[in-house]
Write a protein that binds this ligand. Structure first.
Ligand SMILES: NC(=O)c1ccc[n+]([C@@H]2O[C@H](COP(=O)([O-])OP(=O)(O)OC[C@H]3O[C@@H](n4cnc5c(N)ncnc54)[C@H](O)[C@@H]3O)[C@@H](O)[C@H]2O)c1
Length: 414
C-alpha cells in the first residue's frame, strides 16, 4: 500500500497507538468472571496475556471450581452467586459471560457495587430491560464505573484500518455495504444450545447472537448508526431435539438422550439497513444488506463485509482476519496485510505481532480488554472505541425493529 496511507494518522483524532498508559498499570487491576462456558476462558486467557489478575470466578459450583483449578483463580463463587462475588474487595472489573437473560440484572448489580463491567453481547433480552441499565448509568453520572459491551470485532486491526480509511475519505463517499455472518454449528436438528430457546437467549437468535456483531462492526467502521430496517426471518427446523441437561456452546449432543421441542427462534435472516449521518460526512445515509445464518454448511464463523465507496471498496472476512482487499475500478486491486506498510500507523497500537504471524479471534478480545482497562487505568483519558451500554442498547433496539419488520413485511424506523 502507498506510503501516503501508512504515514498519516486520521486528521480529526489522535493516533490510536499513542497510549499514555503505563503498561504496568493493567497489572494492578483485578477481574472477576461470571460464567464458565465457551467464552469465559477466552476472557480469562486474554486478561492473563495482558497481565491482569483474574482473582475470582462465579458459575455453577462444579464449573467454577473446574475453571478456578485450571487457571489458578483463588476466589470461587458457586451456585451462580454473583452477589457474593461483588462483595469481594479483590475485584475491580467484572466480566459477564453468562447467558443473555441474566446480563442486565448482573450488570446493574455490578455497577451498584462499584465494579467496572465488560458484559457479553447481546446486552439483554429486550429494550425494556436494557433501558433500565441505561437509566442506572445515567443516574450514577460521572461516578458510574466504566461499562463496555463485548463487541470485540471492533478491535481486529483490519476493522480499525477500514474505519480509518472511511474516515479519511479514501474510499470516497460510501454508497453501500454488503455482507453476511454465517455459521453451521446449528445445522442439524440434533444440534442444541440454550440460544435456540427464546426464553433463554431472546426472541431473535441468529440476529441477536451473531447478526449484531455484523451491524456493530459496520456501524463502527462507518461512524454511523442504523436507523431503519427491513427484514425477513426463517426457521428451517420448526422442531428440533434437545438433550436433557445443559450443553456447552459448540458441544455435540447424543441423540439417544434427547427429546423433541418446538423452535421459537430463527435460523436465518435477510436484513436491509439504512444508516444515518456520519460525524465525518463520508458515510451518510448508507444502504446495507446482510444475511445471517447459523445453518450455512461449511461456514464456521464468517463475518464478511464489503464497504463500497465512490472511489474504492474494502472487503474483509473474520476467517481471514489479517488482510483486507482494496478494490478499485481503474487500478489494480490490492491485498493489505496487518502489521505491514499496508496498514496505517494509527492502528499499529492494536497489533502485537509482526506481519506473517497471524492474529485472530483471541487477539481481538485481548485488544478490546486492553482498550477498556487502559480507559479505566487512565481515569478515562483514552478514547472510547469500545461499545458502550448505549451501543448495546441500540443493537437490542435494532433486534426488536427487525422482529417487527418481519411481521409487518415493511420498513421499520428506529
Ligand atoms: N463476543 C463473542 O464473540 C461471544 C462468543 C460466544 C458467546 N458470547 C456470549 O457470551 C455469553 C455466554 O455464551 P457461551 O457461548 O459461553 O455460553 P455457554 O452456554 O457455553 O456458557 C454459559 C455459562 O454461563 C453459566 N450460567 C448459566 N446461568 C448463569 C447464571 N445465572 N449466572 C452465572 N452463570 C450462569 C453456565 O453454567 C455456563 O458456564 C452469551 O451472552 C453469548 O452471546 C459472545
Amino acid at each position: 500500500m502507498s506510503d501516503k496511507l501508512s504515514k498519516k494518522p486520521t486528521a480529526h483524532r489522535k493516533p490510536l497507538n499513542k497510549s499514555t498508559v503505563n503498561p504496568g498499570a493493567l497489572t494492578r487491576l483485578r477481574a472477576g468472571i461470571i460464567g464458565t462456558g465457551f467464552i469465559a476462558p477466552v476472557h480469562i486467557e486474554a486478561l492473563k496475556r495482558l497481565g491482569v489478575q483474574v482473582s475470582a470466578i462465579c458459575g455453577s459450583t462444579k464449573g467454577a471450581r473446574a475453571l478456578a483449578d485450571k487457571w489458578g483463580i483463588t476466589e470461587v463463587y458457586g451456585e451462580y452467586d454473583f452477589r457474593s462475588m461483588y462483595r469481594s474487595p479483590n475485584i475491580d472489573v467484572v466480566h459477564i459471560t453468562s447467558p443473555n437473560k441474566v446480563h442486565v440484572e448482573q450488570s446493574i448489580a455490578a455497577l451498584a457495587a462499584g465494579k467496572h463491567v465488560v458484559c457479553e453481547k447481546p446486552l439483554g433480552m429486550g429494550t425494556r430491560e436494557t433501558a433500565q441499565l441505561l437509566k442506572a448509568i445515567q443516574k450514577a453520572g460521572s461516578t458510574c464505573p466504566v461499562f463496555a459491551v463485548n463487541y470485540m470485532c471492533r478491535f481486529f486491526p483490519a476493522v480499525l484500518q477500514m474505519r480509518a480509511m472511511v474516515q479519511r475519505g479514501e474510499l470516497g463517499k460510501i454508497i453501500h455495504v454488503q455482507g453476511h455472518f454465517f455459521q453451521d454449528w446449528l445445522l442439524k436438528e440434533t444440534d442444541y444450545n440454550w440460544r435456540l430457546l427464546a426464553s433463554e437467549g431472546g426472541k431473535l437468535r441468529a440476529v441477536g447472537d451473531i447478526g449484531t456483531h455484523w451491524i456493530d462492526a459496520v456501524s463502527f467502521i462507518l461512524g454511523a448508526r442504523a436507523e431503519a430496517v427491513f427484514a425477513t426471518l426463517e426457521t428451517f427446523h420448526k422442531t428440533r431435539v434437545r438433550p436433557k441437561g445443559e450443553v456447552k456452546t459448540f458441544a455435540k449432543v447424543n441423540p439417544k438422550d434427547a427429546a423433541p421441542y418446538r423452535v421459537d427462534t430463527e435460523d436465518f435472516a435477510s436484513v436491509l439497513l439504512k444508516f444515518g449521518e456520519s460525524e465525518h460526512g463520508f458515510a451518510n445515509g448508507v444502504h446495507a444488506n446482510a444475511s445471517v445464518s447459523q445453518v450455512a454448511a461449511g461456514w464456521k464463523c464468517s463475518l464478511y463485509l464489503g464497504i463500497y465507496g465512490t472511489k474504492a471498496s474494502v472487503q474483509w472476512d473474520l476467517q481471514q482476519p489479517n488482510e483486507i482487499i482494496v478494490g478499485r475500478r481503474d487500478e489494480p486491486n490490492q491485498i493489505l496485510q496487518r502489521a505491514t506498510a499496508g496498514f496505517s500507523e494509527d492502528v499499529a497500537g492494536f497489533t502485537d505481532y509482526p506481519g506473517g504471524h497471524p492474529e485472530g479471534f483471541p487477539d481481538s478480545h485481548k485488544m478490546h480488554y486492553r482498550a477498556v482497562y487502559e480507559h479505566i487505568a487512565s481515569d478515562r483519558q483514552t478514547p472510547v472505541l469500545f461499545a458502550t451500554a448505549e451501543d448495546g442498547h441500540h443493537e437490542v433496539k435494532l433486534c426488536e425493529a427487525i422482529l417487527k419488520s418481519n411481521v409487518k413485511r415493511a420498513w421499520v424506523q428506529l
